[in-house]
Ligand binder design. Structure first.
Ligand code: FES
Ligand code: FE
Length: 451
């Protein structure tokens, strides 16, 4: 098998453009990244009742996630075991069983083959139905409402996979009693981009905000960017941090500097909610997270393709559809403790900014598609692109897991994203994938060379 790890330089600061366009690289990503990592499937709030199902993708594999009678969650390949037809065609719903459109085989919500038409007359009762149940995703596990699946039985547990990232995820998932939920329908957008580009754009590219989004920022009048002037990308975003070194996961944090809620045309109710509930957040998360992070805008990335942004309140997964195409699925996310009018306000604002016709999303989509297109030519695919901004300027910070660079205008997080990509692409299986134990600051220092 070709070793594509060399498409990224040692410190993750340089990428050969071939990695955004080459079908052979993409095939290996399906195996070594999407076939190996824990992938987001659904939020538990989207399938609350037994029989509730949700269709999604793991890499390019169509997957059906089903709430079981005992309230556990199973996931199956959404393909009939007879002749391979797509079993369930609805995006979501509630079912007692799933019957195939082609010859009528029917499967229970637990995946068992329960009915075969003409079983007696055509199969002479000789078919062993227990052999033809739906194929289950090898591992399914939840973390505080987020449900993940993994095709690799040898992968670390979900808890270990998330590692220290859990400390940051909890700022959204555990700040208030009752947890979180995704609301509204799935907002699906097809983009002609390689899947890595939107991930690294959101995980660490604060650089483009003041330039690519200058028009959108002007359009959303009430935004307060505290020193981040439009068209003049100031490096000093008050209090911002780029946090990586978390096994490919990362955080872009405004840390009490710029609240994502300042994007909202009318945010008085949301700010009141934050004020009223901050004591609870501090009680549950401690002073640092409850006071500084909860309510600030965070860009949270779970490697390889899940991102959510408390403050702007959306959660998104990027489904690859070939080297140059993705489906981007987005939902608005809320805390269950929020009053109904605030939830509605959040959904409205998410649609305005990062929905299918969102002001900000359209800026990004065009740039990312062009970066992909410009990596396709025979000559251009041999060129490199760079994420070398502020290299060597990161380190440990007391009380915060990860290797941390000051400011959100940095390419620190992208370097770690590409390093993780490289580590997976070089490894034949999970045994060869380095697992950094970042439960101590000493380990974070050990990784400082990457920055
Ligand atoms: Fe599904 Fe034949 S392909 S029943
Ligand atoms: Fe953007």
């Amino acid at each position: 098998m070709t070793d594509y790890a060399g498409l990224v330089s040692a410190a993750g600061a340089m990428q050969r453009r071939q990695m955004y366009a080459d079908p052979a690289v993409y095939e290996q990503e399906l195996e070594r990244i999407f076939g190996r990592c824990w992938l987001f499937l659904v939020h538990e709030s989207q399938i609350p009742q037994p029989g509730d199902f949700f269709r999604t993708f793991m890499g390019e594999d169509d997957v059906l996630v089903v709430r079981q009678k005992d309230r556990s969650i199973k996931a199956f390949l959404n393909t009939c075991t007879h002749r391979g037809n797509r079993l369930c065609r609805a995006d979501r719903g509630n079912a007692k069983a799933f019957a195939c459109n082609y010859h009528g085989w029917a499967f229970g919500t637990d995946g068992a083959l329960v009915n075969v038409p003409l079983e007696k007359d055509a199969y002479f009762s000789e078919i062993d139905k227990s052999r033809f149940g739906l194929v289950e995703v090898d591992q399914v596990a939840s973390y505080k409402g987020l449900v993940f699946g993994c095709f690799d039985r040898n992968a670390p547990s979900l808890a270990d996979y998330l590692g220290d990232m859990k400390w940051y995820l909890d700022v959204w998932l555990d700040a208030q009693p009752g947890g979180s939920a995704l609301i509204g329908e799935t907002q699906k957008v097809e983009l002609m981009t390689n899947w890595k580009l939107p991930v690294e754009n959101v995980c660490g590219d604060g650089y483009h905000l003041g330039w690519a989004h200058a028009g959108a920022m002007k359009a959303v009048q009430s935004m307060d960017f505290s020193g981040f002037t439009v068209g003049n990308a100031s490096v000093e975003l008050e209090g911002g941090l780029s946090i990586a070194g978390l096994n490919g996961h990362s955080v872009l944090a405004t840390v009490d500097g710029v609240s994502g809620y300042s994007f909202y045309p009318d945010n008085a109710g949301i700010l009141r909610y934050l004020e009223q509930n901050r004591p609870t957040a501090i009680e549950r998360l401690g002073r640092l997270r409850g006071e500084k992070l909860w309510g600030s805008q965070l860009n949270l990335t779970v490697f390889p393709n899940l991102q959510f942004l408390p403050g702007l309140n959306w959660l998104r997964v990027y489904h690859p559809k070939g080297p140059g195409r993705i489906e981007q699925w987005t939902w608005a996310m809320v805390e269950n403790a929020m009053p109904a009018d605030i939830k509605q306000r959040i959904l409205d604002n998410q649609l305005l900014t990062f929905g299918p016709a969102g002001l900000f999303d359209n800026d990004d989509g065009d740039n990312l598609a062009a970066c992909t297109e410009q990596s396709r030519g025979w000559r251009t695919r041999q060129l490199d692109v760079h994420t070398n901004m502020a290299q060597g300027r990161s380190g440990a910070r007391p009380g915060l897991p990860g290797d941390i660079a000051v400011g959100v205008v940095s390419e620190h997080n992208q370097r770690y994203f590409y390093r993780r990509w490289q580590e997976h692409m070089a490894a034949a299986d999970w045994r060869a994938v380095p697992q950094y134990n970042l439960n101590s600051l000493q380990d974070a220092k050990d990784l400082a060379h990457v920055g």
